[in-house]
Design a protein around this ligand. Structure first.
Ligand code: C2E
Ligand code: MG
Ligand code: MG
Length: 398
């Protein structure tokens, strides 16, 4: 939005910090977008944590400048004297390390410096180098997890899940490296790679199978998303109806008219939009009527909790009813046991996903799932399947 707007945002951040520190301490700008706040008297960890939480909350409020709506994020690092040091340099350095970790964990968080911070910092820094290199070479892998229709007892598609291989050859899960990709501002590039690769892979599957792709909110920032998706579909010759894009509430929390316009344009192309991880985060029901989603995905914590927790089971039942009242299909994530599968089918869940039905796997290994599904379809039409090992999801044949 330009230097002037940036300066104004910094001024309003400074105002907020001054307002929140007048009682006990003082605030100063240290460099670029880094501020320091000094408190000569803090009664303890809890007080400090309360204050840091307030800072995160206050700075997360959208700022409107010249008609632009800016959604800031803050990361707070805290060091305390005398435990963490007794001179300014050491205290600032340690607060800075803690701040870096809060930032790399996704922002809008605070972190106290402690003995592990230095090694966490070194580890994160190492990860950042690996992620940067992987981004430069687009060196990621795409795994696919089967999605099953619980009504038709059939495979209906796969969710694409990104993976990155660390220097030791082991896979690093996306929850760990996606926040780093985001903080390096490389998510648009990596997200485009995921969309292209998922479309190309899905184009090789039987026509009734769809593919679901996860999107980060930052992929909506530049306004190029619709074009990226359109070109990927055209290059792969994939029908838009076979692509589903999964977004989380976080996207709508930062709702701007451009985000909404992009979602609507994607839907008009025939692509479906799913609300992922429903039930976690803010779970504001207003999103459900304000944006016309095509599907809701229940977060796996509810599925995991329903066995021992009456309330989790009740919420789950209500979510299924809510979705159906709104005419939306609903998917349950994280189905790990036959009991959970039966229960969710009984509740009327439309689709399911989880280790019981199939773990995420590389695209080269998907043929087995597709063939097993084909055999099931024969069985369903009264023909015996070819003998072989019965996969766990064979249960779906009912
Ligand atoms: P998600 O979209 O909710 O994906 C489901 C996650 O649950 C996957 O974790 C999957 O492996 C895991 N899962 C599936 N079945 C089970 C089960 O039965 N039990 C348990 N405990 N877990 C199960 P994964 O692959 O580690 O992905 C984590 C998250 O990372 C995803 O959550 C998604 O939010 C994000 N992610 C993955 N790929 C991408 C991507 O290409 N782009 C973006 N922006 N985010 C991605
Ligand atoms: Mg997902
Ligand atoms: Mg999910």
């Amino acid at each position: 939005f330009g230097h002037r707007c940036a300066d104004e945002v910094l001024c309003s951040v400074a105002d907020t910090l001054l307002r929140l520190s007048t009682d006990h301490g003082f605030a100063a700008r240290l460099s670029g977008n880094t501020f320091g706040v000094y408190f000569p008297r803090m009664s303890g960890l809890e007080d400090t944590a309360d204050w840091a939480r307030k800072i995160n909350e206050a700075l997360a409020m959208p700022i409107v400048k010249n008609g632009n709506r800016i959604q800031p994020k803050s990361s707070v690092g805290i060091s305390m004297a005398p435990a963490d040091g007794t001179d300014v340099q050491t205290l600032l350095k340690r607060a800075d390390l803690a701040q870096f970790i809060a930032h790399e964990s996704g922002g809008n968080q605070f972190k106290f410096y402690d003995v592990e911070t230095a090694s966490e910092f070194a580890e994160l820094h190492q990860l950042e180098i690996q992620v940067e290199r992987a981004c430069d070479m687009e060196n990621f892998e795409l795994y696919f997890q089967p999605l099953f229709s619980l009504r038709k007892h059939r495979l209906c598609g796969f969710e694409a899940l990104i993976r990155m291989r660390g220097d030791d050859g082991n896979l690093i899960p996306p929850d760990r490296f996606i926040p780093v990709v985001e903080s390096l501002h490389r998510i648009e590039q990596v997200g485009a790679w995921v969309i292209r690769t998922a479309c190309h892979t899905a184009a090789q599957w039987p026509g009734q199978l769809g593919v679901a792709v996860n999107l980060s909110p930052a992929q909506f920032d530049s306004g190029n998303l619709v074009d990226v998706v359109r070109v990927a579909l055209e290059d792969a010759r994939l029908a838009p109806e076979r692509l589903e894009l999964e977004v989380t509430e976080g996207l709508l929390l930062e709702d701007t008219s451009t985000t909404r316009a992009q979602l609507v344009e994607l839907q008009e192309m025939g692509i479906k939009i799913a609300l992922d991880d429903f039930g976690t985060g803010y779970s504001s029901l207003s999103y459900l009527w304000q944006f016309p989603f095509d599907r809701i995905k229940i977060d796996r914590t509810f599925v995991a909790g329903m066995k021992d927790n009456e309330r989790a089971a009740g919420i789950l039942r209500t979510m299924v009813e809510l979705a159906h009242t709104m005419g939306l299909p609903i998917t349950a994530e994280g189905i790990e046991t036959a009991e959970q599968l039966d229960h969710l089918s009984g509740l009327g869940c439309d689709t399911g996903q989880g280790y019981l039905l199939g773990a995420p796997q590389p695209s080269a290994d998907l043929a087995a799932s597709v063939i097993a599904d084909f055999k099931r379809s024969l069985k369903y039409h009264g023909e015996e399947p070819i003998t072989g090992e019965t996969p766990p999801h064979e249960k779906l044949a009912g």
